[in-house]
Write a protein that binds this ligand. Sequence first.
Ligand SMILES: Cc1cc2nc3c(=O)[nH]c(=O)nc-3n(C[C@H](O)[C@H](O)[C@H](O)COP(=O)(O)OP(=O)(O)OC[C@H]3O[C@@H](n4cnc5c(N)ncnc54)[C@H](O)[C@@H]3O)c2cc1C
Length: 323
Amino acid sequence: MERGVRRWDALAENLRARVNTATSVRREEPLGPKTTLRVGGAARLYAEPASEADLQALLREAGAHEVEVLLLGRGSNLIVPDEGVDGLVLAFSHEIWSAFEPRAAGRIWVGAGLRLKSLCGRAAKAGLVGFEFLEGIPGSVGGALRMNAGAMGGWMFDVVEEVRVMSRAGEVVTLAKGAMHVDYRHCAELQQAIALGALLRAPPGRTETGAPADADAIGRQIDVYRRKRQESQPREPSAGCVFRNPVGTAAGFLIDECGLKGARVGEAEVSTVHANFIVNRGAASGADVLELIRRVRARVREIKGVELQPEVLLFGKKWEDVL
Ligand SMILES: Cc1cc2nc3c(=O)[nH]c(=O)nc-3n(C[C@H](O)[C@H](O)[C@H](O)COP(=O)(O)OP(=O)(O)OC[C@H]3O[C@@H](n4cnc5c(N)ncnc54)[C@H](O)[C@@H]3O)c2cc1C
Protein backbone atom coordinates (compact mmCIF):
# COMPACT_ATOMS: atom_id res chain seq x y z
CA MET A 1 0.00 0.00 0.00
CA GLU A 2 2.68 2.46 1.15
CA ARG A 3 4.86 1.47 -1.83
CA GLY A 4 1.93 2.15 -4.16
CA VAL A 5 1.42 5.61 -2.68
CA ARG A 6 5.12 6.40 -3.05
CA ARG A 7 5.09 5.27 -6.68
CA TRP A 8 2.15 7.57 -7.53
CA ASP A 9 3.78 10.46 -5.63
CA ALA A 10 7.00 9.94 -7.60
CA LEU A 11 5.08 9.79 -10.88
CA ALA A 12 3.34 13.06 -10.03
CA GLU A 13 6.72 14.68 -9.45
CA ASN A 14 7.99 13.34 -12.80
CA LEU A 15 4.96 14.75 -14.59
CA ARG A 16 5.31 18.17 -12.90
CA ALA A 17 8.96 18.31 -13.91
CA ARG A 18 8.04 18.00 -17.58
CA VAL A 19 5.34 20.65 -17.89
CA ASN A 20 4.90 24.39 -17.51
CA THR A 21 3.61 25.73 -14.21
CA ALA A 22 0.33 26.69 -15.94
CA THR A 23 -0.41 22.96 -16.22
CA SER A 24 -1.76 21.70 -12.96
CA VAL A 25 -0.83 18.13 -11.90
CA ARG A 26 -2.58 16.75 -8.81
CA ARG A 27 -2.74 13.57 -6.73
CA GLU A 28 -5.95 11.89 -5.54
CA GLU A 29 -8.21 14.39 -7.29
CA PRO A 30 -11.90 13.61 -6.50
CA LEU A 31 -13.69 12.85 -9.78
CA GLY A 32 -17.31 12.60 -8.61
CA PRO A 33 -17.78 16.40 -8.49
CA LYS A 34 -16.40 16.62 -12.04
CA THR A 35 -19.21 14.42 -13.37
CA THR A 36 -22.92 15.12 -13.74
CA LEU A 37 -23.92 11.96 -11.79
CA ARG A 38 -21.67 12.94 -8.87
CA VAL A 39 -20.53 9.51 -7.74
CA GLY A 40 -17.19 7.77 -7.48
CA GLY A 41 -13.66 8.12 -6.18
CA ALA A 42 -10.46 9.92 -7.06
CA ALA A 43 -7.86 9.85 -9.81
CA ARG A 44 -4.47 8.64 -8.60
CA LEU A 45 -3.04 11.27 -11.02
CA TYR A 46 -4.89 14.20 -12.57
CA ALA A 47 -3.73 16.99 -14.86
CA GLU A 48 -5.19 19.97 -16.70
CA PRO A 49 -2.77 20.55 -19.60
CA ALA A 50 -2.40 24.21 -20.53
CA SER A 51 -0.87 23.67 -23.99
CA GLU A 52 -0.48 21.04 -26.70
CA ALA A 53 3.20 20.76 -25.78
CA ASP A 54 2.32 19.96 -22.16
CA LEU A 55 -0.31 17.46 -23.27
CA GLN A 56 2.37 15.76 -25.38
CA ALA A 57 4.83 15.75 -22.48
CA LEU A 58 2.23 14.23 -20.11
CA LEU A 59 1.35 11.50 -22.61
CA ARG A 60 4.99 10.62 -23.23
CA GLU A 61 5.87 10.50 -19.53
CA ALA A 62 2.79 8.39 -18.73
CA GLY A 63 3.68 6.09 -21.65
CA ALA A 64 7.24 5.69 -20.45
CA HIS A 65 5.96 4.51 -17.04
CA GLU A 66 3.09 2.43 -18.48
CA VAL A 67 0.48 4.54 -16.71
CA GLU A 68 -3.02 4.36 -18.21
CA VAL A 69 -4.25 7.73 -19.53
CA LEU A 70 -7.96 8.57 -19.40
CA LEU A 71 -9.66 11.64 -20.87
CA LEU A 72 -12.28 13.64 -19.05
CA GLY A 73 -14.63 16.09 -20.73
CA ARG A 74 -17.59 17.45 -18.73
CA GLY A 75 -18.12 14.00 -17.22
CA SER A 76 -21.72 13.82 -18.45
CA ASN A 77 -21.52 10.31 -19.89
CA LEU A 78 -19.45 8.66 -17.19
CA ILE A 79 -19.82 6.59 -14.05
CA VAL A 80 -16.73 6.77 -11.86
CA PRO A 81 -16.22 3.65 -9.69
CA ASP A 82 -15.95 4.23 -5.92
CA GLU A 83 -12.33 3.09 -5.91
CA GLY A 84 -11.49 5.80 -8.44
CA VAL A 85 -9.07 5.41 -11.29
CA ASP A 86 -5.55 3.92 -11.22
CA GLY A 87 -4.13 6.14 -13.92
CA LEU A 88 -3.63 9.66 -15.19
CA VAL A 89 -6.84 11.57 -15.91
CA LEU A 90 -6.42 14.45 -18.35
CA ALA A 91 -9.10 17.14 -18.28
CA PHE A 92 -9.59 19.80 -20.95
CA SER A 93 -10.74 22.47 -18.54
CA HIS A 94 -7.96 25.01 -19.15
CA GLU A 95 -9.25 27.94 -21.20
CA ILE A 96 -6.90 27.20 -24.14
CA TRP A 97 -9.22 24.32 -25.08
CA SER A 98 -12.35 26.50 -25.20
CA ALA A 99 -11.81 28.25 -28.54
CA PHE A 100 -14.83 29.44 -30.55
CA GLU A 101 -13.59 31.09 -33.75
CA PRO A 102 -15.97 31.84 -36.62
CA ARG A 103 -14.34 31.17 -39.99
CA ALA A 104 -15.39 31.82 -43.62
CA ALA A 105 -18.58 30.38 -45.14
CA GLY A 106 -20.39 29.56 -41.91
CA ARG A 107 -17.60 27.47 -40.44
CA ILE A 108 -16.46 27.56 -36.79
CA TRP A 109 -13.27 26.31 -35.21
CA VAL A 110 -14.00 24.96 -31.72
CA GLY A 111 -11.69 23.63 -29.02
CA ALA A 112 -12.22 20.20 -27.44
CA GLY A 113 -12.99 21.70 -24.05
CA LEU A 114 -15.71 24.09 -25.24
CA ARG A 115 -19.07 23.35 -23.65
CA LEU A 116 -21.80 22.43 -26.13
CA LYS A 117 -24.10 24.91 -24.40
CA SER A 118 -21.61 27.67 -25.12
CA LEU A 119 -21.11 26.48 -28.71
CA CYS A 120 -24.85 26.48 -29.30
CA GLY A 121 -25.39 29.92 -27.71
CA ARG A 122 -22.44 31.58 -29.44
CA ALA A 123 -23.35 30.11 -32.85
CA ALA A 124 -26.87 31.51 -32.40
CA LYS A 125 -25.49 34.94 -31.52
CA ALA A 126 -23.28 34.83 -34.62
CA GLY A 127 -26.34 33.97 -36.73
CA LEU A 128 -25.04 30.49 -37.57
CA VAL A 129 -27.94 28.12 -38.03
CA GLY A 130 -27.72 24.31 -37.66
CA PHE A 131 -26.19 23.85 -34.20
CA GLU A 132 -29.40 24.22 -32.19
CA PHE A 133 -29.79 20.44 -31.63
CA LEU A 134 -26.79 20.59 -29.27
CA GLU A 135 -28.81 22.64 -26.78
CA GLY A 136 -29.13 20.75 -23.51
CA ILE A 137 -26.44 18.10 -24.09
CA PRO A 138 -24.32 18.86 -21.03
CA GLY A 139 -21.00 17.79 -22.60
CA SER A 140 -17.93 19.28 -24.23
CA VAL A 141 -16.90 19.21 -27.88
CA GLY A 142 -14.32 16.44 -27.18
CA GLY A 143 -16.82 14.18 -25.42
CA ALA A 144 -19.47 14.87 -28.08
CA LEU A 145 -17.03 13.90 -30.86
CA ARG A 146 -15.97 10.72 -29.06
CA MET A 147 -19.63 9.78 -28.43
CA ASN A 148 -21.03 11.21 -31.68
CA ALA A 149 -23.60 12.81 -29.40
CA GLY A 150 -27.02 13.27 -30.90
CA ALA A 151 -30.35 14.88 -30.14
CA MET A 152 -33.49 16.16 -31.84
CA GLY A 153 -32.63 14.34 -35.08
CA GLY A 154 -29.09 15.74 -35.36
CA TRP A 155 -25.68 14.14 -34.71
CA MET A 156 -22.39 15.76 -33.78
CA PHE A 157 -20.72 14.44 -36.92
CA ASP A 158 -23.44 16.05 -39.07
CA VAL A 159 -21.69 19.34 -38.35
CA VAL A 160 -18.05 18.19 -38.45
CA GLU A 161 -15.70 18.91 -41.37
CA GLU A 162 -12.44 17.89 -39.76
CA VAL A 163 -11.00 17.02 -36.36
CA ARG A 164 -7.53 17.82 -35.12
CA VAL A 165 -6.29 14.91 -33.02
CA MET A 166 -3.25 13.89 -31.00
CA SER A 167 -2.25 10.23 -30.86
CA ARG A 168 -1.36 8.63 -27.52
CA ALA A 169 2.26 8.93 -28.69
CA GLY A 170 1.85 12.70 -29.01
CA GLU A 171 1.61 13.06 -32.83
CA VAL A 172 -0.82 15.65 -34.14
CA VAL A 173 -2.80 15.18 -37.36
CA THR A 174 -5.97 16.56 -38.90
CA LEU A 175 -8.56 13.98 -39.95
CA ALA A 176 -11.20 14.84 -42.54
CA LYS A 177 -14.68 13.65 -41.61
CA GLY A 178 -14.68 11.29 -44.63
CA ALA A 179 -11.68 9.46 -43.18
CA MET A 180 -13.40 8.84 -39.85
CA HIS A 181 -15.60 5.88 -38.91
CA VAL A 182 -18.61 7.14 -37.07
CA ASP A 183 -21.68 5.34 -35.83
CA TYR A 184 -24.39 5.50 -33.13
CA ARG A 185 -22.64 6.98 -30.04
CA HIS A 186 -19.27 5.96 -31.44
CA CYS A 187 -16.25 7.33 -33.29
CA ALA A 188 -13.64 4.62 -33.97
CA GLU A 189 -10.65 6.98 -34.32
CA LEU A 190 -11.38 8.64 -30.96
CA GLN A 191 -11.26 5.37 -29.04
CA GLN A 192 -7.53 6.04 -28.89
CA ALA A 193 -6.77 9.45 -30.39
CA ILE A 194 -7.45 12.62 -28.42
CA ALA A 195 -9.61 15.32 -30.01
CA LEU A 196 -7.96 18.73 -29.69
CA GLY A 197 -10.55 20.68 -31.65
CA ALA A 198 -12.73 20.56 -34.73
CA LEU A 199 -13.77 22.59 -37.74
CA LEU A 200 -17.55 22.63 -37.83
CA ARG A 201 -20.07 23.60 -40.44
CA ALA A 202 -23.82 23.10 -40.41
CA PRO A 203 -25.01 20.61 -43.05
CA PRO A 204 -25.75 21.84 -46.59
CA GLY A 205 -29.28 23.06 -47.03
CA ARG A 206 -29.06 25.08 -43.82
CA THR A 207 -26.07 27.34 -44.52
CA GLU A 208 -25.16 26.80 -48.15
CA THR A 209 -24.39 30.44 -48.60
CA GLY A 210 -22.79 30.79 -45.20
CA ALA A 211 -24.95 33.90 -44.83
CA PRO A 212 -25.89 34.75 -41.24
CA ALA A 213 -29.43 33.75 -40.29
CA ASP A 214 -31.78 35.59 -37.96
CA ALA A 215 -30.40 35.13 -34.43
CA ASP A 216 -33.92 35.50 -32.93
CA ALA A 217 -35.26 32.65 -35.06
CA ILE A 218 -32.35 30.43 -33.98
CA GLY A 219 -33.00 31.43 -30.35
CA ARG A 220 -36.67 30.43 -30.68
CA GLN A 221 -35.67 26.99 -32.01
CA ILE A 222 -33.29 26.56 -29.08
CA ASP A 223 -36.14 27.43 -26.68
CA VAL A 224 -38.34 24.76 -28.27
CA TYR A 225 -35.63 22.11 -27.74
CA ARG A 226 -34.99 23.32 -24.20
CA ARG A 227 -38.67 23.00 -23.27
CA LYS A 228 -38.85 19.50 -24.80
CA ARG A 229 -35.96 18.41 -22.59
CA GLN A 230 -37.39 20.04 -19.47
CA GLU A 231 -40.63 18.11 -19.98
CA SER A 232 -39.01 14.73 -20.69
CA GLN A 233 -35.86 14.56 -18.57
CA PRO A 234 -35.23 14.53 -14.82
CA ARG A 235 -33.65 17.51 -13.06
CA GLU A 236 -31.61 15.46 -10.56
CA PRO A 237 -27.95 14.58 -11.21
CA SER A 238 -27.61 11.82 -13.82
CA ALA A 239 -25.33 10.61 -16.60
CA GLY A 240 -28.04 10.87 -19.27
CA CYS A 241 -29.39 7.71 -20.89
CA VAL A 242 -27.92 4.64 -19.22
CA PHE A 243 -28.62 2.07 -21.96
CA ARG A 244 -28.38 2.12 -25.73
CA ASN A 245 -31.68 1.85 -27.52
CA PRO A 246 -32.07 -1.70 -28.89
CA VAL A 247 -32.93 -1.83 -32.61
CA GLY A 248 -36.57 -0.92 -33.15
CA THR A 249 -37.40 0.09 -29.59
CA ALA A 250 -36.43 2.43 -26.77
CA ALA A 251 -34.60 1.20 -23.67
CA GLY A 252 -36.65 3.58 -21.50
CA PHE A 253 -39.90 2.12 -22.83
CA LEU A 254 -38.79 -1.45 -21.96
CA ILE A 255 -37.65 -0.44 -18.47
CA ASP A 256 -40.92 1.41 -17.85
CA GLU A 257 -42.96 -1.60 -19.05
CA CYS A 258 -41.12 -3.76 -16.50
CA GLY A 259 -42.45 -1.47 -13.76
CA LEU A 260 -39.00 -0.23 -12.80
CA LYS A 261 -39.59 3.53 -12.60
CA GLY A 262 -38.74 4.58 -9.06
CA ALA A 263 -36.73 1.38 -8.32
CA ARG A 264 -33.90 2.18 -5.90
CA VAL A 265 -30.60 0.95 -4.55
CA GLY A 266 -29.46 3.26 -1.77
CA GLU A 267 -29.88 6.76 -3.19
CA ALA A 268 -29.63 5.71 -6.83
CA GLU A 269 -33.07 5.66 -8.46
CA VAL A 270 -34.56 4.82 -11.85
CA SER A 271 -36.02 8.20 -12.73
CA THR A 272 -39.78 8.47 -12.50
CA VAL A 273 -39.66 11.00 -15.36
CA HIS A 274 -37.59 8.99 -17.88
CA ALA A 275 -36.92 5.30 -17.17
CA ASN A 276 -33.59 5.22 -19.05
CA PHE A 277 -32.09 7.71 -16.58
CA ILE A 278 -30.67 6.73 -13.20
CA VAL A 279 -30.61 9.72 -10.88
CA ASN A 280 -28.60 10.42 -7.78
CA ARG A 281 -31.07 11.39 -5.04
CA GLY A 282 -28.27 12.94 -3.02
CA ALA A 283 -25.67 10.61 -1.60
CA ALA A 284 -25.63 7.66 -4.02
CA SER A 285 -22.36 5.75 -4.37
CA GLY A 286 -20.91 4.30 -7.52
CA ALA A 287 -21.72 0.84 -6.11
CA ASP A 288 -25.43 1.83 -5.70
CA VAL A 289 -25.60 2.89 -9.34
CA LEU A 290 -23.86 -0.25 -10.61
CA GLU A 291 -26.11 -2.53 -8.55
CA LEU A 292 -29.21 -0.74 -9.87
CA ILE A 293 -27.94 -1.15 -13.44
CA ARG A 294 -27.47 -4.91 -12.81
CA ARG A 295 -31.01 -5.22 -11.41
CA VAL A 296 -32.60 -3.30 -14.28
CA ARG A 297 -30.76 -5.42 -16.85
CA ALA A 298 -31.73 -8.66 -15.11
CA ARG A 299 -35.42 -7.68 -14.91
CA VAL A 300 -35.62 -6.53 -18.55
CA ARG A 301 -33.86 -9.73 -19.64
CA GLU A 302 -36.29 -11.83 -17.59
CA ILE A 303 -39.50 -10.11 -18.67
CA LYS A 304 -38.71 -8.85 -22.17
CA GLY A 305 -35.92 -11.22 -23.24
CA VAL A 306 -33.77 -8.22 -24.20
CA GLU A 307 -30.16 -7.79 -23.05
CA LEU A 308 -29.71 -4.05 -22.57
CA GLN A 309 -26.22 -2.68 -23.28
CA PRO A 310 -24.88 0.35 -21.40
CA GLU A 311 -24.47 3.59 -23.31
CA VAL A 312 -22.80 5.36 -20.38
CA LEU A 313 -19.14 4.57 -19.89
CA LEU A 314 -17.58 3.10 -16.78
CA PHE A 315 -14.48 5.21 -16.24
CA GLY A 316 -11.30 3.13 -16.27
CA LYS A 317 -13.12 -0.21 -16.36
CA LYS A 318 -14.84 -2.55 -18.80
CA TRP A 319 -18.55 -3.15 -18.35
CA GLU A 320 -18.12 -6.89 -18.87
CA ASP A 321 -15.96 -6.98 -15.73
CA VAL A 322 -18.71 -5.59 -13.49
CA LEU A 323 -22.03 -6.64 -15.03
C1 LIG B 1 -29.02 15.31 -18.51
C2 LIG B 1 -28.23 14.69 -19.63
C3 LIG B 1 -28.72 14.72 -20.91
C4 LIG B 1 -28.00 14.14 -21.96
N1 LIG B 1 -28.53 14.19 -23.21
C5 LIG B 1 -27.83 13.64 -24.23
C6 LIG B 1 -28.37 13.69 -25.57
O1 LIG B 1 -29.43 14.22 -25.83
N2 LIG B 1 -27.62 13.11 -26.55
C7 LIG B 1 -26.42 12.51 -26.32
O2 LIG B 1 -25.78 12.02 -27.27
N3 LIG B 1 -25.89 12.47 -25.07
C8 LIG B 1 -26.57 13.02 -24.04
N4 LIG B 1 -26.05 12.97 -22.78
C9 LIG B 1 -24.74 12.29 -22.55
C10 LIG B 1 -23.51 13.21 -22.67
O3 LIG B 1 -23.86 14.55 -22.36
C11 LIG B 1 -22.85 13.16 -24.07
O4 LIG B 1 -22.41 11.85 -24.37
C12 LIG B 1 -21.67 14.12 -24.17
O5 LIG B 1 -21.26 14.19 -25.50
C13 LIG B 1 -20.48 13.70 -23.32
O6 LIG B 1 -19.53 14.76 -23.32
P1 LIG B 1 -18.58 15.01 -22.08
O7 LIG B 1 -17.69 16.15 -22.41
O8 LIG B 1 -19.34 15.13 -20.83
O9 LIG B 1 -17.73 13.67 -22.10
P2 LIG B 1 -17.29 12.77 -20.86
O10 LIG B 1 -18.50 12.17 -20.25
O11 LIG B 1 -16.36 13.50 -19.99
O12 LIG B 1 -16.50 11.63 -21.65
C14 LIG B 1 -17.17 10.78 -22.56
C15 LIG B 1 -16.12 10.02 -23.37
O13 LIG B 1 -15.43 10.95 -24.20
C16 LIG B 1 -14.04 10.84 -23.98
N5 LIG B 1 -13.44 12.14 -24.22
C17 LIG B 1 -13.63 13.30 -23.53
N6 LIG B 1 -12.91 14.28 -24.08
C18 LIG B 1 -12.26 13.75 -25.14
C19 LIG B 1 -11.35 14.26 -26.10
N7 LIG B 1 -10.95 15.53 -26.10
N8 LIG B 1 -10.89 13.41 -27.07
C20 LIG B 1 -11.27 12.12 -27.11
N9 LIG B 1 -12.12 11.58 -26.21
C21 LIG B 1 -12.60 12.39 -25.24
C22 LIG B 1 -13.91 10.36 -22.55
O14 LIG B 1 -12.66 9.73 -22.33
C23 LIG B 1 -15.05 9.37 -22.50
O15 LIG B 1 -14.63 8.17 -23.11
C24 LIG B 1 -26.75 13.53 -21.71
C25 LIG B 1 -26.23 13.53 -20.41
C26 LIG B 1 -26.96 14.10 -19.38
C27 LIG B 1 -26.38 14.11 -17.99
